[in-house]
Design a protein around this ligand. Structure first.
Ligand code: FES
Length: 149
């Protein structure tokens, strides 16, 4: 996990545009059960508005980024086009993450798009997004529930 704590933007309770904090169920964080669990992937301060950082979730590379309006998002790290790592090739533009290799863009819902020179947006490949919440200064990701054999 790459969390350097150097983020400067505030998204605290005094920031009117900060996303609302929603507490996960008290008994679910850090536990594995049929409903899944919540795990911290980054501190909120490590992901200021408009920034991207890298993290590891269950051994897989993910990127943690925040839209210009302050919405956090956790998604797989590799662009579905030609596999660029979005921790290096990704940049936030408004409410989307842009892969700078060939300019595919992804919303916080994971839908992929590309805009042509005339401004037409065409659908492209989607990317996996992990449900996340910002709680008490941490960005938490919901893991899939474990299935017992
Ligand atoms: S590798 Fe990301 S747009 Fe081509």
């Amino acid at each position: 996990m790459t969390v350097d704590g150097s983020g400067a933007a505030s998204t605290g309770p005094d920031d009117p545009a900060a996303p609302a904090e929603v507490d996960p169920p008290a008994d679910s964080r850090g536990t594995d059960d049929a409903a899944g669990s919540w795990v911290a992937v980054a501190t909120a301060d490590a992901v200021p508005r408009g920034e991207v950082t890298e993290a590891i979730l269950d051994g897989a590379d993910v990127v943690v980024w925040r839209t210009e309006s302050g919405v956090p998002c956790v998604m797989e790290a590799r662009c579905p086009h030609q596999w660029s790592h979005l921790g290096d090739a990704g940049a936030v533009a408004g409410e989307e993450l842009v892969c700078l290799t060939h300019f595919w863009t992804f919303g916080t819902d994971g839908r992929g798009w590309k805009e042509n020179l005339d401004g037409r947006r065409d659908r492209k490949g989607d990317i996996e997004v992990h449900p996340c919440r910002e709680v008490a200064g941490e960005i938490l990701v919901r893991r899939a529930p474990r299935h017992n054999p």
